[in-house]
Design a protein around this ligand. Structure first.
Ligand code: AVJ
Length: 319
């Protein structure tokens, strides 16, 4: 059964409202950067879906494999009649595996910033799981502080797959975990996908695939600026670059200027030196030890860790 959205925040998330401000700000910084959330417009989301099917991109396939192969262990570790609250639910594909693993799940609360993704996915889950009440919530991670769940009992299960937490700086990750703790309450548990550190010969190709899908995903940000903000970026004059930053233990995606050039955005001009980059995304890679400390700083304790046999990816249960 699908109920009315009960929590849609009054200030309806305007996903693109701050795009212009963010671009003007990010391109004015001494080290140019743009928030990674802007990679996911309709075309960017399609390209990301394509990335998840690439042979080099191990995270999605490994996490889905874990949710399937360890379904009975995961189900046993989680409460019966659970209320699953998913952060950034998107297409809710992995949710079906979680709901199938749970003992008589009671409700599903998908939270997503994209109405176009949220409502169709909510309807699909409601149809596939007729005994689960579905309450879609339109909102972003920044809205968590203002959200309330009228479900304050101990059956709440937070769900945050995909290693999306890896996009956050460690400080932002701790703040997110604290917000989730406050939203879900002291009795809740939280199931998260967390990508693990691994040799660079596996890591780098995952963000530099042979078919150039990740490059197209990254360059789409400039196409989006051209389309939505009257930009004049020459897409052939920038290249995709994915590097591993040892110091911060993360993959960084950049757009590298192939020449000295300038580009306009909404009537303003930005100059690029040859080789200068725009930093577009971080994807932090954790060891179980570092993630355990992060979780603790965010108000949670790691209670169980599910890892594939190649130790590529982890599903972490926090309490
Ligand atoms: C969706 C953020 C988890 O960091 O692996 C994939 C995004 N960027 N390839 C990741 C991404 C380039 C992905 N996350």
């Amino acid at each position: 059964m699908m109920l009315e959205p009960f929590l849609a925040n009054e200030h309806h998330a305007a996903p693109d409202g701050d795009f212009l401000d963010a671009v003007l700000h990010g391109l004015s910084l001494p080290k140019k950067s743009l928030p990674s959330r802007f990679l996911y417009d309709a075309r960017g989301s399609d390209l990301f879906e394509h990335i998840t099917e690439l042979p080099e991109y191990y995270p999605t396939r490994t996490e889905i494999g874990l949710l399937k192969s360890q379904a009975s262990e995961i189900g046993a570790a989680l409460p019966s009649r659970a209320v699953v609250v998913e952060f950034g639910s998107g297409s809710s594909r992995k949710t079906e595996l979680l709901l199938a693993a749970l003992d008589r799940p009671a409700a599903y609360v998908p939270i997503d910033i994209s109405a176009a993704a949220l409502y169709p996915a909510a309807r699909r889950i409601a149809q596939s799981f007729p005994d689960v009440d579905v309450y879609p919530v339109l909102g972003g991670f920044h809205d968590l502080e203002r959200m309330r769940l009228p479900l304050g009992d101990s059956r709440l299960v937070g769900f945050f797959p995909g290693s999306t937490i890896g996009n956050f700086s460690q400080l932002a990750a701790v703040e997110f975990l604290l917000s989730a703790r406050r939203l879900l309450g002291p009795g809740a548990v939280f199931l998260l996908g967390v990508d693990l550190q691994k040799p660079l010969d596996i890591l780098l190709p995952a963000y530099n695939d042979a078919d150039g899908v990740t490059a197209a995903f990254n360059l789409n940000l400039l196409a989006r600026i051209n389309r939505d903000l009257q930009g004049t970026f020459d897409l052939d004059a920038f290249e995709h670059a994915a590097i591993y930053n040892e110091r911060y233990q993360r993959i960084e995606m950049h757009l590298r200027s192939l020449a000295a050039q300038s580009a306009g955005v909404a009537g303003r001009t930005f100059c690029f030196a040859a080789g200068e980059t725009i930093h577009t995304e971080n994807s932090h890679k954790y060891t179980p030890e570092v993630f355990e400390r992060l979780a603790r700083d965010g108000g949670w304790e790691v209670s169980q860790v599910f890892v594939d046999e190649n130790r590529l990816f982890s599903v972490q249960l926090l309490a």
